[in-house]
Design a protein around this ligand. Structure first.
Ligand code: GLA
Length: 651
């Protein structure tokens, strides 16, 4: 393998060194570079290998992943930008991308479509007079699978000015008001379970502990404990009205909760919990899962209805026992004990498998062992299964509906025959418009997209395209646009704070609330900071997500760069999110926040343009939990860039 070091760049820049100063791309602050997957690396490929394109290794440069973009402030003092570009050999022949260089919204240079294996191309771009320079890698028009893109030996030749990366606004600010010390019931007034199967429900109440709980109307077979956890087995179907009362030193509160005991009456509102994938990836361990469960209680999240602790890929062994039973790998010494401890706190536990022979992470899948595996999960005490297509088939191939459904039906049957309620989460990235039939194969939720990552490109392209699936949700059956990317994430043991700005995080939680998406926290729960916690414990925002009417949300494009998402709530009011999406990424220049210093925009919206009846509405800001008064036909708000104002409108 040839290696290219300093000789070529020296030659490339030789004609300029006397005129100006050279600054290397890899030495800039790469936290400002967005990637569609993982994070950018200086002098390494995105997977951390030496930068190598078409058999040639390069000493320096930046490894990234499409869609990737970075905005650089040149202050009009640039002379040339030079770089070689190509797909890193580590993809072994997979991936297509296009590299672009933009200056003040104009395309200055584009590579054309590049495939894995293509020799590196040279960008040699005149940047004189340019104030803001954008470096962009697009996905080549075929989604961004395997788009490991390298900027090789990228350098700026500058005239007496050091170029700097434009960072988005990152100071967190908390909107959620602190919860009162007196007991406050959070969460929906509805829960459910099958008759004759174990029932477990921790009543979500915030407020100072110790707190005492009593309940009226509990059906035979159930008890409530000192932490407000209701458990037991009900044998008779029915709709039971429970009145729970919580008392502490600061006061007393009561709430009526309907308990539906009916076959498979689970996930009547979207599941809320934690999943190991977005933080630990395949480095998940039993201890890390147990710690997440503890943190769910200690940080008070359980008081808001967060209840599932879900293990994603990486718990399975690579060989079954001789009788075919599935076993855990050495990172999970005792699954039954883990489940027991989590249940002791009134929380529930989830697990992960694939209908294929191998999971996406290369561990054992359930192919031809569906019944045996479901029984093992039930024996361990599992309450939730994420079932991930992975090696079952190809993602790029088109199958018939029957073919898409067959593996999911098989596991559905196995799960429903178990002696436990097990929430069934379909994961096949939306193939065959799964939202149209996910309920027919017993799915309580189904992923509608590929994997999310902590970038605005990923969040916005997933989040703002979910209107397609919105009409299909109903109690017990939810669209899943993937898990939350707030807090410290990393898909491995090395974690980093989410690369979303605070406003982008408000957008994330608000959109997921309006879409009634399952809420699965994806960060290390033991390191939750106050800002992240405030995003996850706003009872009025969560109430939109948990609304029992399960009405579809509607998307309305207000004007270029602004969207409204609106849905009717069970109490007859409307939840309305007004989003300043900014670029819609239809054109390359739209990927950049050229005007991000102009941070907020005034909006004045006629209620009729939202499809609402003419008239006055009382308006409440849900994040701030304050009344904004009565709208006189028009709603006037100021929306931050990439941010949202989330309102409740009462006619
Ligand atoms: C797929 C899924 C992810 C995660 C991984 C585990 O990529 O979409 O959510 O479960 O597999 O390997």
């Amino acid at each position: 393998m040839r290696k290219v070091g300093l000789i070529l760049p020296v030659l490339l820049l030789a004609s300029y060194v006397l005129l100006g100063q050279v600054y290397r791309l890899d030495e800039m602050d790469l936290r400002g570079m967005e990637t569609g997957w993982s994070s950018p690396k200086a002098n390494k490929s995105v997977d951390g290998n030496p930068l190598t394109v078409a058999g040639i290794s390069y000493e320096y440069g930046v490894g990234t992943h499409s869609v990737s973009h970075m905005l650089v402030n040149l202050n009009g003092k640039g002379l040339r930008f030079e770089s070689l570009v190509g797909i890193d050999d580590e993809t072994q022949g997979k991936g297509t991308v296009e590299f672009l260089v933009l200056g003040d919204r104009r395309i200055l240079w584009r590579s054309g479509l590049m495939k894995a294996g293509d020799p590196a191309k040279e960008a040699d771009v005149d940047i004189t007079g340019i104030k803001l320079l954008g470096l962009l890698v697009l996905d080549g028009g075929d989604q961004n699978y395997w788009d490991h893109a390298d900027w090789l030996m990228g350098s700026f030749l500058m005239e007496s000015y050091k170029p700097s990366v434009v960072m988005s606004q990152r100071q967190p600010y908390i909107l959620t008001p602190p919860a009162p010390l007196s007991p406050r019931f959070n969460g929906p007034s509805l829960t459910g379970g099958s008759p004759k199967k174990p029932f477990l429900y921790r009543v979500p109440v915030s407020g100072k502990r110790p707190m005492a709980f009593t309940v009226k109307g509990l059906p035979k077979g159930l008890t409530i404990d000192k932490d407000g956890v209701i458990r037991g087995i009900v044998s008779k179907e029915g709709k039971y009205k429970l009145v729970v009362t919580a008392t502490n030193d600061h006061g007393k509160a009561s709430k009526e909760i309907t308990l539906v005991v009916k076959k498979d009456a689970i996930s009547l509102t979207p599941p809320m919990g934690w999943n190991s994938w977005n933080c630990w990836g395949l480095e998940v361990t039993q201890q890390r899962v147990a710690d997440a469960g503890r943190a769910m209680i200690e940080k008070g999240l359980a008081d808001y209805g967060w209840s599932y602790i879900n293990i994603d890929d990486g718990w399975e062994a690579d060989k079954r026992l001789t009788d075919g039973s599935i076993v855990c790998n050495e990172k999970f010494p005792d699954m039954s004990k883990l489940a027991k401890d989590i249940h002791a706190d009134g929380l529930k536990i989830g697990i992960y498998s694939s209908p294929g022979s191998l999971t996406c992470g290369g561990f054992l899948g359930s192919l031809d062992h569906e019944k045996q595996d479901a029984e093992m999960y039930a024996y361990w005490g599992i309450d939730y299964l994420k079932y991930d297509w992975c090696s079952y088939g190809e993602t790029s191939k088109k199958y018939t509906l029957e073919e898409y459904q067959a593996p999911y039906k098989k596991m559905e049957k196995a799960l429903r025959e178990c002696n436990r309620d097990i929430v069934y989460s379909l994961c096949q990235y939306g193939m065959g418009n799964v939202w149209e039939w996910g309920d027919k194969v017993g799915g309580n939720l189904w992923r509608t997209t590929g994997d999310i990552t902590d970038s605005w490109a990923s969040l916005s392209s997933i989040g703002f395209s979910q209107d397609k699936a919105a009409p299909y949700l109903k109690p017990g059956h939810w669209n899943d646009p993937d898990m939350l990317i707030v807090g410290n994430v990393g898909w491995s043991s090395s974690l980093h704070p989410t690369r979303l700005t605070p406003d982008e995080q408000y957008t994330h939680i608000s959109l997921w609330a309006l879409q009634q998406a399952p809420l699965l926290i994806g960060c290390d729960m033991t390191q939750l900071d106050d800002f992240t916690l405030s995003l996850l414990t706003n009872d009025e925002v969560l109430a939109v997500n948990q609304d029992i009417a399960a009405q579809p949300v509607k998307r309305i494009i207000l004007q270029q760069g602004f969207e409204a998402w609106i849905k009717k709530l069970a109490d007859g009011s409307w939840a309305l999110g007004l989003f300043y999406v900014g670029s819609t990424a239809d054109a390359p220049e739209d990927y950049f926040a050229w005007d991000q210093n102009d941070k907020a925009r005034e909006l004045s919206i006629d209620v009729q343009s939202l499809g609402l009846k003419k008239g006055d509405y009382s308006v409440r800001d849900l994040w701030r939990q304050t009344d904004l008064g009565v709208s006189k036909e028009k709603i006037n708000v100021k929306v931050p860039y990439h941010g949202v104002v989330l309102l409740k409108l009462k006619p």
